[in-house]
Design a protein around this ligand. Structure first.
Ligand SMILES: Cc1cc2nc3c(=O)[nH]c(=O)nc-3n(C[C@H](O)[C@H](O)[C@H](O)COP(=O)(O)OP(=O)(O)OC[C@H]3O[C@@H](n4cnc5c(N)ncnc54)[C@H](O)[C@@H]3O)c2cc1C
Ligand code: FES
Ligand code: FES
Length: 1331
């Protein structure tokens, strides 16, 4: 806190006035809400505006128009000081389970839009802010509002469906959870079938009643209308905030402090402070300077205040467009187009026009358009007032313009266009929405009257250099010439020579970026020709009109079976029951690890990690850190009283590096301080010196060359592959590379270790999938007995395999700090740290040699897998094994061989991730099948069908099974997706379109369920019945969004015959259920369900005599009676699974209980010029036996599919040549967002399936559907093949995963791609490694 007294900040939060005497300019709203006001509903997922978890609504009164504006904003980037005079509404402010929940909260929850729930408050608030402005939005409004809100669990479909119920257009039955569409002609002629069960009932929903919303505080209106506003100043520990009220004052301040930034949206300055450590002793907030917000229309165009938010600019332009002839608004429309794609709604609501211009990002979306459109800015300083054109001279370098430091942009002039002038804005980004562009452009051409002669042309690009660049020579080449084929072909050549990127240019994607400049110009050309034709200037036969990719999200179908007719109404098993915490998620009441209130004297721990990939530690200097305010201690390996390393598979992993580091991001020591900020500053002051060790190994190729492997290397074979390959009609060799994947659980690694104060007892609250492992690891690290450590897990904000091994290391370090200081210690990783330290899915290189017959039979296949494990073994050998166990996928290949090598590299160690190697294994297998199809010139689905297991079958490890349900899924999927009809339609589409192609694929999966390590297949439960009849269930599984607690509630309800409302599950704890196994391998419900059932059966039996005595009595009366009769009302249950095993020497085993099957058909539309694609439809048929809870299971299928879609088409980890992870947040690493949802997303649960191996005939479902995301990969590949065929290329081709727009576009081999000269490999150091 600063000693200086500033002004008092006044803000209303959820209708309550909050005043702050010492508002610190460095405090963001998010930490103020969470730490000061204890409003923990607003979550932190990234801290940089990229995930939406922190979304709140801000409302302001605007005196000029006497209106109140409401907008969504990211609390993580919103400086508290910026909110003086504003009203903030958080998720707690709109509804609560104690009073009344808001319809938005209710609908998202009841439509099953919440799984782990960590993203839910943000989703709720984005939707709430939309409804405050527009109570009857369209589906487009909804998807735009949610574009900046990431969810890692659901796949978005249920969230959109819940929100869709607010649309007027949602009156069709399908839109609201219905199945058979009431509007379909086919349905109207038929007798109504038996009504299909629905996932939710919209009739239950509360109506939206705008009169019930919080009113804007009248006090703030009075404040805003005050006639004599004063300058505001807030002093913090390191920063001062000044908010002037007049332009004159602003200019004076700027003159006196030319280095002080102006902060409006804080979307550039904020991330710079947070992630790059920028420090500004003074910042100036011009938000109350009216001149910066004025709009003035002139005959030539419009002056827009530089302080206006991008949303305001868009609204303004949208309002103006209809008021003028079309020809005058070309530039306006181009800007509207660009503003619709820039950032997210939350960012656009606060980011200012002037801020965007001055930030001068290399890939700013607005600057190329403003510059091409001949816009200018009006600037003032104490010396002069001038107008400066936004042109090439304006942008001088990365983040630099020609403006003098003391100058302020007051407004921006956007001119009307003239007749004969065309302006376009085009961009290509790694993800369609909420993503900075790879290349972005503004292009303008002006023709002489009624002619195709170019009088003026201007072309600017972003993403092609350190700042916005002008294609000067290209424009010169076009100027004064007719806009025709000859001019344009010459222009492509000039452009290619003019905008050269060095092969190691920052950001990489060099060939792609260069090709985009050409293809975007080509797109502009097609548009211009179309316009000229419409204006009858030309009569040429035109090439196809390029329409944008489709984007309308249609209602989808989710079909499942009714429960049997004779099932009691009270029995919830088999019914779609809402996640038991969904309402708490939606109201923000659900408590996650970091929401636990601070304990007295609590400290915060921040890790210090290695900056070298392979080096000796020669010195560790902590002295400066220890001097800093708030720093209490530094924890090093020397402080660990017990085991300093964890052993797995004979390899040791140090908790904190002692002498040597083997990757960038390895933990070396940790700083504990009174606050997170102080701990961070302490960590930054630690000095580690290194001596680099030679030859770090990063890539799989490096590891193979140096034989750097973790043992054992595994091999499996059936038949005789070598011999069989001699007898086949054809042999093909291929390979495919699959990149890694970041878990990106929305809640980062979090834990709180609290010493009890006596006898070495420790309570640890931790976000983990395996509390027992934490207990064991902590106890061994502290060298105490396990019985002193109790681990508690209430819920996790997602895990996906990433909260097991790595969490145990983090929890151990945190516990050492708690033990050493004897104080509670909290550790919550920031997103960037989490991504850097904790590893993810293993990148894999798969090579294969396949022998096949001309009739399509695959007779022999030989696979070699290389798995990039990183620097520690972790579970990587098990991943390698699982890869080999799934080699056959659904195919009966008589001669099948697989080898897998676990490569040891100097990268952060990879770990378990949903699917555990299966998604990598199967992509290679399916790619091999695709190649065979291409060689034979047959559709891939036929090769799949020919080779699929049929009849009683045996896997390559001699496991007997029946593929009957797999074949049912296959047939059902073909039928439901109308496969053959659509295949023809795809062909037709492709014949009609040169630059857009459609592709379709149908992909099966067979996934083994349970742990091959037999001892893990056990579970225990503890069920208490209390005297009032309420029941408390505890079991070994952890709730991480997969709905295990909901399912356990359902099991208990059935077994005890009581409603779920009487059953509660509080947490998972090592104190109640000891020695539990991890929640993973899709086996949590199978195992814990049986244990809970067992405990309930015991209790039921105990109550039996009482029930018989009084059959008409109530549950409560039986319980009372039992208590009086001294009958124990508490029981443990246990499940002992079969002894599974795999004998690698004999190459046989029983590593699974059973298989879960599924088949998925996806269709995409691909823009071959940019690689952009859209999944137009996905149909999934899944066999999950008899679903315990169809809404939870469908949620798992959709969520896993979407994660797979991310893995195979979107998510790219990038490492620098020295092994440093570049992609450390949602700005650089793109997981699927709402824009990636298939436009039609249908899921059908296979009816009439039974599974004798799991509870109530259900099947494990957590992981299997992830691989089905590859159907989108193969659909893209199919579309690419069609494009290549237009370029005269046939046969198999290489497309690695993820099939990002870059890879898809390059693989299309369009004439523009072919123009790019290939960089000579070896002649340069690429920007990023291909690991
Ligand atoms: C998650 C995220 C996604 C984004 N996505 C995109 C995207 O897709 N495309 C894109 O183009 N941009 C994107 N942006 C960038 C965003 O548009 C800019 O950061 C924003 O427009 C800057 O405005 P601001 O008001 O927030 O600037 P601030 O951070 O408040 O200020 C930025 C800089 O501008 C200066 N400045 C501001 N106003 C003036 C003025 N009137 N006169 C002189 N100097 C001034 C300040 O001194 C400061 O140096 C994204 C940003 C984030 C955080
Ligand atoms: S935490 Fe604010 S956007 Fe991610
Ligand atoms: S429910 Fe959305 S992140 Fe988990």
């Amino acid at each position: 806190m600063s000693a200086k007294k500033g002004d008092t900040l006044c803000v209303f939060i959820n209708g309550k006035k909050v005043t702050e005497e010492h508002a610190d300019p460095e405090t963001m709203l998010l930490s103020f809400l969470r730490e000061r006001l204890r409003l923990t509903g607003t979550k932190s997922g990234c801290g940089g505006g990229g995930c939406g978890a922190c979304t709140v609504m801000v409302s302001r009164y605007q005196p000029a128009t006497r209106t109140i504006v409401h907008f969504s904003a990211n609390a993580c980037l919103m400086p508290l000081c910026q909110l003086h005079g504003a009203a903030v509404t958080t998720v707690e402010g709109i509804g609560s389970s104690k009073t009344r929940i808001h319809p938005v909260q209710e609908r998202i929850a009841k439509a099953h839009g919440s799984q782990c729930g960590f993203c839910t408050p943000g989703m709720v608030m984005s939707m709430y802010a939309l409804l405050r402005n527009n109570p009857q939005p369209t589906i487009e409004d909804i998807t735009q509002s949610l574009a900046g809100n990431l969810c890692r669990c659901t796949g978005y479909r249920p969230i959109v469906d819940g929100c869709r119920t607010f649309c007027q257009e949602a009156n069709c039955c399908q839109a609201n959870g219905g199945t058979n569409c009431c509007l379909s002609a086919e349905n109207s002629t038929k007798e109504p079938e038996e009504e299909k069960p629905q996932l939710f009932d919209k009739d239950e929903f509360l109506p939206l009643d705008p009169t019930q919303e919080l009113i804007f505080p009248p006090e703030l209106i009075l404040m805003a209308e005050a006639s004599n506003p004063q300058r505001l100043t807030f002093y913090g520990e390191r920063m001062t905030w000044v908010s002037p009220i007049s332009l004159e004052e602003l200019v004076q301040l700027r003159t006196r402090h030319p280095g002080a930034p102006l902060v409006i949206g804080n979307t550039n300055i904020g991330p710079d402070i947070k992630f790059k450590g920028a420090l500004h002793p003074l910042v100036i907030s011009p938000s109350r300077v009216k001149d910066l917000f004025e709009v003035c229309q002139t005959p030539e165009g419009v002056w827009v205040g530089a302080g206006c938010s991008l949303t305001e600019v868009r609204f303004l332009l949208e309002k103006m467009v209809p008021q003028f002839p079309e020809e005058k608004t070309e530039l306006f429309r181009a800007l509207i187009q660009q503003l619709g794609n820039l950032g997210s709604q939350q960012i656009r609501n606060v980011a200012s026009l002037g801020g965007n211009i001055v930030s001068a990002y290399p890939n700013s979306d607005l600057n190329p358009v403003l510059a091409a459109g001949s816009c200018k800015v009006s600037v003032v300083s104490s010396e002069e007032k001038r107008e400066v054109p936004l042109n090439q001279a304006f942008f001088v370098g990365f983040g630099k313009t020609i403006l003098k430091p003391e100058e302020v942009i007051v407004s921006v002039f956007i001119p009307f266009s003239r007749k004969g002038e065309f302006v376009r804005a085009l961009r290509q980004a790694p993800r369609k929405e909420a993503s900075f562009a790879t290349v972005t452009t503004g292009m303008r051409v002006y023709f002489s009257k009624d002619s195709r002669m170019v009088q003026d042309v201007s072309i600017y690009f972003g993403g092609m250099g350190p700042t916005t660049v002008h294609a000067t020579k290209t424009c010169k080449g076009i100027m004064g010439r007719p806009w025709d084929e000859e001019t344009l072909s010459r222009a492509y050549g000039v452009l290619l020579d003019e905008l050269v990127l060095p092969p190691s240019a920052p950001g990489g994607k060099v060939d792609f970026r260069r090709s985009l400049t050409l293809s975007l110009l080509f797109k502009f050309n097609l548009d211009v020709l179309q316009k000229l034709k419409e204006m009858s200037v030309i009569t040429d036969e035109l090439p196809e009109k390029l329409l944008p990719l489709p984007r309308d999200i249609h209602p989808s179908l989710q079909e499942f079976q009714h429960v049997p007719k004779n099932q009691s109404d009270q029995d919830p098993v088999g019914r779609p029951m809402m996640h038991r915490s969904a309402i708490s998620h939606a109201t923000g009441e659900a408590v996650y690890c970091d929401d636990i209130p601070r304990v007295d004297g609590e400290l915060f721990l921040v890790l210090v990690t290695s900056s070298r990939a392979h080096a000796k530690i020669t010195g560790l200097d902590v002295s400066e850190a220890l001097q800093l305010p708030g720093v209490v201690d530094v924890i090093t390996a020397k402080d660990i009283p017990g085991k300093k390393a964890r052993a797995m598979f004979g390899y040791e992993e140090e908790l904190l590096a002692m002498n040597e580091v083997s990757c960038v991001g390895q933990m070396v020591c940790a700083v504990v301080a009174d606050t997170k900020l102080h701990a961070k500053r302490g960590a930054a002051a630690i000095k580690i010196s290194y001596e680099d060790l030679p030859d770090p190994v990063f890539t799989i190729e490096d590891a193979v060359e140096k034989s750097s492997f973790f043992e054992p290397l595994r091999m499996i074979e059936r038949g005789n592959v070598t011999e069989a390959l001699k007898t086949v009609d054809g042999v093909y060799e291929g390979e495919i590379r699959i990149g890694g994947q970041e878990h990106f659980y929305m809640e980062t690694q979090s834990m709180l270790a609290v010493p009890v104060g006596e006898e070495m007892e420790l309570n640890v609250y931790v976000s983990t999938q395996w509390p027992t492992l934490m207990q064991v690891a902590i106890a061994e690290t502290l060298d105490i007995q396990y019985n002193r450590v109790t681990c508690h897990v209430k819920r996790l904000g997602g895990a996906f395999g990433g909260k097991v091994i790595k969490t145990s290391i983090l929890a151990s370090i945190t516990s050492v700090a708690a033990w050493k200081t004897n104080r509670a210690v909290r550790c919550v990783l920031e997103r960037g740290e989490d991504m850097l330290i904790t590893g993810g899915r293993h990148p894999v290189l798969g090579k294969y040699k396949v022998g096949f017959m001309n009739d399509g039979r695959i007779v022999a296949a030989d696979f070699q897998y290389y798995v990039n494990a990183g620097c520690a073994v972790d579970e990587s050998v098990l991943v390698s094994e699982k890869i080999l166990l799934h080699l056959d996928n659904t195919y009966n290949i008589p001669n099948l061989r697989g080898r897998s090598a676990t490569c040891r590299t100097n990268l952060p160690s990879n770990t378990a991730f949903r699917g555990f190697g299966v998604p990598q294994s199967l992509l290679v297998v399916e790619n091999m099948v695709n190649d065979v199809a291409m060689v034979l010139g047959r559709p891939a689905y036929q090769i799949r069908e020919i080779n699929m297991y049929k009849g009683p079958s045996v896997t390559h490890y001699k496991f007997e099974f029946s593929p009957e349900n797999l074949l049912h899924c296959w047939e059902e999927c073909k039928l439901r997706s109308e496969y053959s009809v659509r295949l023809r339609a795809v062909d037709q589409f492709n014949q009609l379109n040169r630059w857009k192609k459609r592709g379709m694929s149908i992909i099966p999966i067979k996934h083994g369920i349970a742990f091959a390590e037999g001892f893990l297949n056990q579970a225990a439960a503890l069920v208490h019945i209390y005297k009032d009849g309420s029941v408390l269930v505890t079991h070994g599984g952890t709730e991480m969004g997969q709905g295990i607690h909901t399912k356990m509630q359902q099991v208990t309800s059935r077994e005890l015959g009581i409603p779920t409302t009487k059953i509660y599950i509080s947490e998972t704890s090592t104190g109640t259920v000891p020695n539990s196994c991890l929640s993973g391998a899709s086996f949590g419900t199978d195992a814990n369900g049986m244990a809970v059932k067992n405990a309930c059966e015991i209790l039921y039996q105990r109550l039996e005599p009482i029930r018989l005595k009084n059959p008409k009595g109530s549950w409560e009366s039986w319980v009372q009676e039992a208590f009086l009769d001294k009958i124990s009302l508490s029981a443990t249950g246990f499940f002992r699974g079969k002894d599974l095993y795999m004998d690698w020497d004999k190459m046989e085993g029983q590593p699974y209980f059973y298989f879960t099957y599924g088949v998925c058909c996806s269709e995409v539309e691909l823009d071959c010029l940019t690689g952009d694609y859209r999944t137009v439809r996905t149909d999934i048929v899944f066999d999950i036996g008899r679903s315990l809870n169809p809404s939870v299971d469908i949620g798992q299928i959709e969520g896993a599919f979407t994660q797979g879609l991310g893995l195979y088409t979107l998510e790219e980890l990038k490492f620098s040549p020295s092994g440093f992870l570049y992609t450390r947040g949602p700005s650089q690493y793109k997981i699927p967002a709402v824009c990636d949802m298939p436009l039609q997303f249908n899921v059908y649960l296979l009816p009439d399936s039974d599974n004798p191996h799991a509870i109530y005939s259900s099947k494990g479902i957590g992981e299997p559907a992830l691989f089905l995301g590859s159907s989108v990969f193969f659909a893209i590949k199919d579309a690419v093949a069609a494009a290549r065929s237009d370029s005269g290329l046939a046969g198999p081709f290489s497309l690695d995963s993820p099939a990002t727009p870059e890879k898809a576009c390059l693989a299309c081999a369009s004439p523009f791609i072919q123009k790019i000269p290939a960089s000579r490999s070896g002649s340069f150091k690429p920007w990023a490694l291909n690991i």
